[in-house]
Structure formats: structure tokens, C-alpha cells
Design a protein around this ligand. Sequence first.
Ligand SMILES: Cc1cc2nc3c(=O)[nH]c(=O)nc-3n(C[C@H](O)[C@H](O)[C@H](O)COP(=O)(O)O)c2cc1C
Length: 308
Amino acid sequence: MKKILVIYYSQSGQLRTILDNILSNIKDEVAVTYAEIEMEKPFPFPWQSAHSFFDAMPESVALQPEQVKPLPQEILNTKYDLIFFGYAPWFLSPSIPATSFLKSEYAQVMKDTPVVTVIGSRNMWLNAQEQVKLMLTQIGARLVANIAFYDDNPNLVSVLSIIRWAFKGQKERSTFLPEAGVQSRDIAAADRFGTPIRNALTSNDVENLHKELLQNGSINLKPGLIILERRGIKNFRKFSAYIREHGNRGDEARKGRVKLFQRLLTVGIFILSPISNFTAWLQLQLNKKAIMKDAEYFKGLKYEEGKV
Ligand SMILES: Cc1cc2nc3c(=O)[nH]c(=O)nc-3n(C[C@H](O)[C@H](O)[C@H](O)COP(=O)(O)O)c2cc1C
């Protein structure tokens, strides 16, 4: 029997459900082992305060690892045919737990092994995936496919519903807002990816897996979001360095700078966003050919420096 290892981090359990569904049709034909990434200092969910939420930005963006709990020795001693790495973006970067795992000694279990990344995002995951591609290369793992799940509601609606989810734990729809995160119908439809995955495994040929998954709709990209994400990460990188000058996550000394970031981000999202959406649209019209080429790049697996 072929062996699959599923390494993942999910605060709400959404990503675990997605991964379960991807494998639901083939779970009797392959041996599946799950390894949840657990932090020595866990991130409580729902988030306890706006401060703790925004205080996670600098280290997410700076790819600063924290201590993860060890993976069981039995997993570390096994050679897997395929590894799934399921993660969520935080602040346009891999979540701190995802980075912490990839930078830990336990990530060696991925060395010389084909890896499929599975992303459970709001809608902005491009820079996160670029960083994950780079870390996988450093580990010596081989990225063979990517499946990206996202919330396809309008950007502002998805921001509002994710705030409700993050702070109240309510994913389900409320009077004025739809369900948060990846839509239930998209989560349920994840089982369509099982057959191509099983076929790739049984034929010992993962080379065409990504192409097959793409044909099944594994990645849908709105080109306008490429422009918005590039602008966002540029500012996040500056703010990350600025806040980190005053200490590490949780330090009292950087509270003022984190608050400033929180205020400016709120203004940027809720007040300036009609302007930035318009200028992004304009930029898209003026550079359509180049942005469409970039969209093809982001759907792929190769890494080129400086794409975001
Ligand atoms: C601190 C934080 C920052 C986030 N930043 C982003 C982001 O930059 N881009 C994005 O698409 N989603 C973002 N999200 C949403 C997550 O990627 C993810 O979809 C959601 O948190 C559910 O993940 P879970 O499976 O861990 O519960 C963020 C979530 C959190 C908690």
C-alpha cells in the first residue's frame, strides 16, 4: 500500500476537513497518516484580543520560527510516497506554525519526497506560497502540486466575515454576513482531487499531477489580487522590521507600534480600499499581458526570486 503523510496546521479545523475530503475517496486504497503541527506555545482560537492577532504580523512576515512539538519518532522513521503540507497564510505569509515546522528539524521527514501543498486561505496566498516553495527547496523536498482554497466573496465581505470568525469563532453565516472562509460547497467538492492523486501514486508518476489537478480547478486566480497583494506585502515587510526593532512577539515595548499598524491597516482596508481597488483595476488594464503572465507563474510550481 502506498503511504501518504498529511502534515497540517489548522486553528479552526477547516483545513483538516479540506484534507479529509481530498483523501475521502481513496483513503481505503492508501495508508494515510496525519501529523498535526502543534506549538509549544499554542495560538488560542478564537483570538483573545486584537492586539494578539496583529502582534502575529511581524514574525509571520519575517518567517521567524517558534518552537514546535516533536513529531512522533515512528513518523520520522518512515519513508512516505507522498506528503501533503496543509497551511494557512497569515498576513500574506505562511502562518507562524507553518514556518516553524518547515524550519524545524522535523521537516527533514520531507527530504527527497514529493510534496503537495494545500492552502486554506481568505484569498491572498501568493507570497505565502513563494516562501513555502523556497523553504521546501531548502529542506530538499520536491513540490509536485499545489491546491489553493479561498473565500470567493468580495474582498471586503471576506475581511468582515473572517474578523467575526477569528474573534467569535463563528464560521456560519450571520444576519448580514455570509459564512466565513472557504465556502462549504468548495470544501465538499475537494473529493474530486482524490482520483488524480491515487492515479499518480499507483503509476509512480507524479510529474503530471499538478497539470491534472489544475484541469480539475485546483487553482483559481483573480489577477487584480496579484497587484493588491504585491502592494500589501511591501508595506507589511516595512512594518514588520519597524515593529521588530522594539522586541519580539508579546513584548510590551512594541505595543505602540503594533497599534499603529493595526490602525493603518484598518484605514487601508475599510477607507482607502475603493481607491486602491480602482487603481489596481487601472494597473491591470494597462499591464494586462504582464499580469496574466504572472498569474500563470503563480499557478505553477517553479520559484523565481522577486515575483511578489
Ligand atoms: C492572523 C491571521 C492572518 C491571516 N492573514 C491572511 C492573509 O494574509 N491572506 C489570506 O488569504 N488569509 C489570511 N487569513 C485567513 C487564514 O489563511 C485561514 O484561511 C483561516 O485563518 C482559517 O484557517 P484554519 O484552517 O487555520 O482555521 C489570516 C488568518 C489569521 C488568523
